[in-house]
Design a protein around this ligand. Structure first.
Ligand code: TMP
Length: 253
């Protein structure tokens, strides 16, 4: 088979040219990084889990009419997606205080937000993805006023959908990050959810025990990351046998 053309390689994913114009193949690696790649490791099975979980979330969003880049899963680690022009912003929604907002605003981890808070960070690794305001976004023309309204609306719809889904399996959606891209249908431009939605880009806490089921397990050395992601997948009915596809051996009495 001819080698595919690599279009982009990020910390956790690779994008290849897709089979048709306007499509890409998104490959999920097992690499985990944190703190702008200062901490890194390879977590067996993470890519397989995130491929399946992102497929599951994006399909759910499609079902409720939230436009996104997902077309179909190709294999254990790859999915076909629509090519988009990524807006250079990380769009974060917070329901409960955790992570960077705690030191920034002097909040204790676990403090509920008065309402879901939408924040924007400029995607720039050299600068450590600084938080930016609507003023910066519009003045530097990363997005228009109309785009801003659409991004907030998309982010809050994703929040409602993901919060409800997680609540149903005993998990609190603390916060998450999405990326948004532009697609053109002829002269008509619209914004769609892109990148991935997975425990790499969310904070997920077990409602009963408070156990963390997201990338904070890796960031803070709290245990086995693949176990945490497998638990999320199992509860949602995605890959009940775990990422190897083979059920664990059981004792026969
Ligand atoms: P933060 O509290 O570190 O700002 O993160 C907010 C949310 O965004 C959290 O769910 C983790 C996610 N996130 C990413 O997906 N990528 C990143 O590079 C960062 C910093 C956060």
């Amino acid at each position: 088979m001819a080698r595919r053309k690599k279009v982009y390689e990020g910390k956790a994913k690779v994008l290849y040219e897709g089979p048709e114009p306007g499509t890409l193949v998104q490959y999920f690696k097992d690499d985990a990084t944190a703190f702008n790649a200062e901490k890194r490791d390879v977590i067996d099975g993470k890519g397989v889990l995130n491929n399946r979980l992102s497929e599951f979330f994006m399909n759910g969003l499609t079902a409720i009419g939230v436009p996104n880049h997902f077309i179909k899963r190709i294999n254990m680690r790859e999915q076909l997606i629509r090519a988009v022009e990524i807006i250079p912003l990380e769009v974060v929604v917070r329901n409960i205080a955790a992570g960077s907002i705690c030191p920034r605003l002097g909040l204790e981890e676990g403090t509920p937000m008065p309402r879901p808070i939408v924040e924007f960070y400029f995607k720039n690794d050299d600068l450590g993805d600084p938080i930016v305001s609507e003023e910066h976004i519009i003045a530097f023309q990363w997005a228009s006023q109309q785009d801003m309204d659409d991004m907030v609306s998309l982010a809050l719809r994703v929040n409602d959908f993901m919060s409800g889904l997680m609540l149903g399996v005993g998990i609190k959606l603390v916060d998450f990050k999405i990326e948004i891209g532009r697609v053109w249908d002829g002269d008509f431009m619209r914004l769609i959810v892109a990148d991935e939605i997975s425990p790499d880009s969310c904070r997920l806490w077990d409602i009963e025990t408070g156990r963390k089921l997201d990338k904070d397990v890796f960031r803070r050395d709290l245990g086995d990351l693949a176990d945490a992601y497998t638990e999320v997948a199992r509860r949602l009915g995605v890959m009940p046998q775990g990422p190897s596809g083979v059920s664990k051996p059981t004792l026969i009495n």
